[in-house]
Design a protein around this ligand. Structure first.
Ligand code: FE2
Length: 305
C-alpha cells in the first residue's frame, strides 16, 4: 500500500476486511486551526462549511486520504475501516471529534437528514436506565445484526459511528458481519420470500411517519447480493414472511463469522451498508455505565458530468 503522509494504515487485528487508519499527531495538530473556524451551529446550519473542514483534512494528506477511504468503502472485499487519532490528547474533545467525523463523512458522500435528531448527525447516550422504544439505547440486551436506513426512503450507502465517550463499560462490543463471509447467505438470499416486498415501519422516536416497502435481499449492478434488514421494523403480512424473518434472524445471530471488537474512544467506524451488517453485544450491568456515540449515515457522492 502506498505510504501517505501523516497517516498509518494497517489491517484490523480482527478482520482482513477492515482497515485501521491512524491520524498522526502532526495531522491532528494542523486540524485544530481550520476546525476552530466553525462552531457546531455553523456546521449544522450551513452545509457548505462541512465540505470546507473536509477539504482541510484531505489537503493535509495531499488529497490521498479521500481516495483511500473511497476505495475501501466501495470495494466489496473490504468495505469497512476505522479511523481516529494515534494519540488522544487533551485537545481532542467531543466537539473536535464531531468535526473530524463530519470531515470524514464529507469525503465519502452526503449525509442523510437524521430524523431522530433533526440534523445531519445524531449523538446518543447509552446508560443504565432506559425508557426508549427501540433497541438502540437498551444496554443490557444484544442489538442484533442489522443494516441502517431500512425504514426510510433515502438510500443509505454507508454509516459512520464514532465513540465520543465511554465510562464504566464492560461488554458492549461492536459486532460486524460481511455478507460474503456469512454461512447462510446463498441459502437465504435465494429463497423467493427474501425477494418479496416487506413493509417496514418504525417506532415513534425515529420521527418517520411513513412506511416503506422493499425486499430483504436484492442485487447490485454487478449482480452481487445486498441486504437491507433489521429485526425490529419489518411488519410481516403473513405466516410465510414471519417464518422467513425468524429463520433469517437465527441464521445471522448463530454465524461464527462475526468480527467482534472494541472501538476505541475517539475512533469512527465507517461501513458499506449494503453488504456489512452491524450490531452490539450487551453491556455488563453497572449503574454508572455511560457511553456516547455519534452517528452519520448517507449516500455516496454523485458527480456532475
Ligand atoms: Fe445501526
Amino acid at each position: 500500500m502506498e505510504k501517505i503522509f501523516g497517516i498509518d494504515v494497517q489491517e484490523h487485528e480482527k478482520s482482513k476486511r477492515i482497515l485501521n487508519i491512524r491520524l498522526n499527531d502532526e495531522i491532528i495538530e494542523k486540524l485544530i486551526f481550520p476546525f476552530n473556524k466553525f462552531d457546531l451551529t455553523a456546521l449544522e446550519l450551513k452545509p457548505f462549511t462541512r465540505f470546507t473542514i473536509a477539504k482541510s483534512l484531505d489537503d493535509l494528506t495531499e488529497n490521498k486520504l479521500s481516495k483511500l477511504m473511497n476505495s475501501i468503502i466501495r470495494d466489496r472485499s473490504t468495505g469497512c475501516f476505522i479511523i481516529g487519532p494515534s494519540n488522544i490528547s487533551s485537545k481532542i474533545n467531543d466537539k473536535f471529534l464531531i468535526k473530524l467525523s463530519t470531515a470524514t463523512a464529507h469525503l465519502i458522500g452526503v449525509p442523510n437528514h437524521d430524523s431522530m435528531a433533526g440534523k445531519y448527525y445524531v449523538r446518543f447516550h447509552i446508560k443504565h436506565e432506559d425508557a426508549s422504544d427501540s433497541y438502540l439505547r437498551k444496554a443490557y440486551v444484544n442489538m442484533d445484526l442489522h443494516t441502517d436506513g431500512t425504514y426510510v426512503k433515502e438510500v443509505t450507502d454507508w454509516l459512520l459511528m464514532t465513540k465520543l465517550e465511554e465510562k464504566n463499560v464492560k461488554g458492549g462490543e461492536t459486532v460486524m458481519l460481511h455478507l460474503d463471509d456469512w454461512e447462510h447467505c446463498d441459502d437465504l438470499s435465494n429463497d423467493p420470500v427474501g425477494k418479496q416486498n416487506f413493509i417496514w415501519g418504525s417506532p415513534k422516536s425515529k420521527n418517520v411517519d411513513y412506511k416503506v416497502e422493499h425486499p430483504v435481499f436484492s442485487k447490485d449492478e454487478e449482480g452481487r447480493t445486498k441486504i437491507s434488514y433489521i429485526d425490529q421494523f419489518p411488519e410481516p403480512k403473513n405466516m410465510e414472511q414471519g417464518i422467513f424473518l425468524q429463520r433469517l434472524s437465527d441464521a445471522l445471530e448463530e454465524s461464527k463469522k462475526k468480527t467482534i471488537s472494541n472501538l476505541p474512544v475517539g475512533y469512527s467506524l465507517i461501513a458499506n451498508n449494503h453488504f456489512w451488517l452491524h450490531g452490539r453485544k450487551k453491556f455488563q450491568e453497572n449503574t454508572d455505565l455511560c457511553r456516547e456515540l455519534l452517528r452519520i449515515r448517507g449516500k455516496f457522492f454523485k458527480f456532475n458530468k
